[in-house]
Design a binder for this molecule. Structure first.
Ligand SMILES: Cc1cc2nc3c(=O)[nH]c(=O)nc-3n(C[C@H](O)[C@H](O)[C@H](O)COP(=O)(O)OP(=O)(O)OC[C@H]3O[C@@H](n4cnc5c(N)ncnc54)[C@H](O)[C@@H]3O)c2cc1C
Length: 499
């Protein structure tokens, strides 16, 4: 039986990110992916939020996305745009880029890292014992792994086979999404009716002065609500035509669909992200309405939280208890995404009272403090892991500062390209000795003269040292003492190794 340290079920954005993180750490990882190639039927995610761009920047690959997408102020809540151009980040914006391009770029990166992908193969189940997992495939073969991660989407076979509950809320709305040809020209853009919101657009567009300008040619993307919620069958051209006639009074001569799909506002979250040697990430762990564009971003960030922890456990530098911090940190983030997405779905309803409520929320969000708070949440820049009391940086993302070191200038994010932790000493050089962790943690002596500022929080006092996890979150903040450093190094990167 073929063996890998980690098998990932599903090579969508979450599985690809996780595979990249594990490969960077030198772990033998393989993806099992049902699709024969990375091509994606349907448009799905329309882009990246600021924190996800930062994450790609931390791995040295942000430019690959930025060069293909369109930078814009895309952060929003319940229909209100939230400008983040004043946020302290190198990327105070979002990026318009369709998911098929995002996946292609990620797959290229993973390919460079020589990750094995079993394509056109399907995980059908697994059995786990104390030492590993037998991953069953549809062709009758199986793979043996120390850990299996289900990144296999909302209908996750891994989640179901693990018996992990998926509680939540049934759908209240349903929309057909399609790419089609039309004999008549539909009104491009987003429209509201008493039956809900609908939109027409083209795949190719440019963002000019914050406004989407569609190309004149090419297939038309349609989103239209359907009256029946919870239909079990796949949507057809006839369903689309009927939904268009119900909402617009005409189907604009719709024909020749490239694809037709459906999405709802169903909101569900796995009760836990881990059952012993089996973990869940991305849509396998949480599903919700696409409003606010959180799904792909949350999945990629799940993967970055899990990757280094799983790598350390597989490499035996950390105890497997470290994996409990994955669920402890990411489950609350997912739960918050669900709640805020449900709130936005409610705000999108089309009736006079909801209209009045939306106006009220919009007024509130035009004030500076609420704007910053919500924009930090929706862009991912405000994510905070509860690592206990202390300096405001603790548990927050480290800012991408311009440092000066003995080897010249360097950005903090550049130090994270290999996904290795960093102890950044900004005080007197040479005052730290972390020899027992030298095989795992980089010690960087540097200086930084500027201000420290966090999105939505504002300026914070300059620390003398920070311990930065591979996912870019601050695990320890030092003042003139080194109190707590040994504990933090041991907690996050394993016990000291003595020569
Ligand atoms: C209309 C729409 C608009 C959206 N807009 C946004 C947006 O703007 N921003 C955003 O962040 N998110 C958005 N999303 C959500 C986003 O598309 C998902 O959250 C994202 O794709 C999740 O990635 P994933 O890798 O976790 O799961 P998926 O993308 O579902 O990938 C799962 C992968 O696993 C494979 N697979 C499944 N079962 C098996 C199996 N048994 N064996 C092997 N392989 C398997 C699948 O083929 C697939 O490649 C949108 C979604 C929709 C539907």
């Amino acid at each position: 039986m073929t063996e890998h340290a980690v098998v990932i079920a599903g090579g969508g954005p979450t599985g690809l990110m996780l595979a990249g993180e594990l490969a960077l750490a030198g772990v033998d990882v393989a993806i099992v992916e049902r699709r024969p190639n990375q091509e994606l039927m349907g448009s799905r995610a329309g882009g990246l939020h600021s924190r996800t761009i930062e994450i790609f920047d931390m791995r040295g690959i942000a430019d690959r996305f930025l060069s293909e997408g369109q930078i814009a102020q895309v952060t929003g809540f319940g229909g209100s745009r939230l400008d983040i151009s004043d946020f302290p980040t190198r990327h105070p914006y979002g990026l318009g880029l369709w998911q098929n391009h995002i996946e292609r770029i990620m797959a290229g990166w993973v390919d460079e890292l020589r990750v094995k992908i079993y394509r056109a193969r399907e995980v059908t189940g697994f059995t786990q014992d104390d030492r590993g997992v037998d991953v069953e495939l549809a062709d009758g073969k199986s793979l043996r792994a120390e850990y299996l991660v289900g990144c296999d989407g909302g209908r996750s076979v891994v989640r179901k086979a693990a018996g992990i509950e998926f509680p939540g809320w049934d759908p209240t709305t349903s929309n057909i999404l399609a790419q089609v040809e039309m004999t008549e020209k539909p009104p491009l853009g987003i429209h509201r009716t008493a039956l809900g919101m609908y939109s027409f657009g083209r795949l190719e567009y440019e963002i000019q002065g914050g406004v989407i300008v569609y190309k004149d040619v090419g297939p038309i993307g349609v989103m239209v609500p359907e009256a029946d919620v919870g239909r079990a069958t796949e949507p057809t051209l006839r369903d689309l035509s009927e939904a268009l006639i119900a909402v617009c009074g005409t189907d604009y001569g719709v024909h020749s669909p490239t694809w037709i799909s459906r999405f709802t506002d169903m909101a569900r979250q796995a009760a836990t992200y881990r059952d012993r040697r089996v973990l869940l990430a991305g849509d396998a762990a949480h599903v919700h309405s696409p409003v606010g564009g959180q799904g792909l971003n949350t999945g990629v960030q799940d993967a970055v939280n899990l990757g280094w922890k799983l790598a350390q456990v597989v490499k035996r530098t950390s105890n497997e208890r470290l994996l409990d911090s994955y669920s402890a940190e990411r489950h609350p983030v997912g739960a918050r995404v669900l709640r805020k997405t449900m709130a936005q779905t409610a705000l999108m309803r089309v009736d006079d009272r909801t209209e009045a409520l939306r106006e009220t929320v919009s007024e509130l969000l035009s004030m500076d403090e609420p704007r910053k708070r919500f924009a930090a949440m929706m862009s991912g820049l405000g994510i905070h892991y509860d690592l206990g009391p202390g300096h405001p940086l603790l548990g927050h993302r480290v800012p991408d500062l311009d440092l000066v070191t003995a080897n010249g200038p360097v950005r903090v994010f550049t130090l994270l390209h290999d996904a290795r932790p960093v102890l950044l000493n900004l005080g007197e050089p040479g005052r730290f000795d972390i020899t027992p962790w030298a095989d795992r943690v980089q010690l960087i002596d540097g200086t930084y003269d500027g201000a420290w500022e966090l999105p939505a929080i504002g300026p914070v006092s300059a620390p003398v040292a920070v311990l930065i996890r591979p996912d870019g979150y601050v695990a320890w903040v030092g003042d003139l003492t080194q109190v707590g450093l040994t504990e933090a190094l041991t907690t996050w990167f394993g016990p000291p190794v003595t020569a």
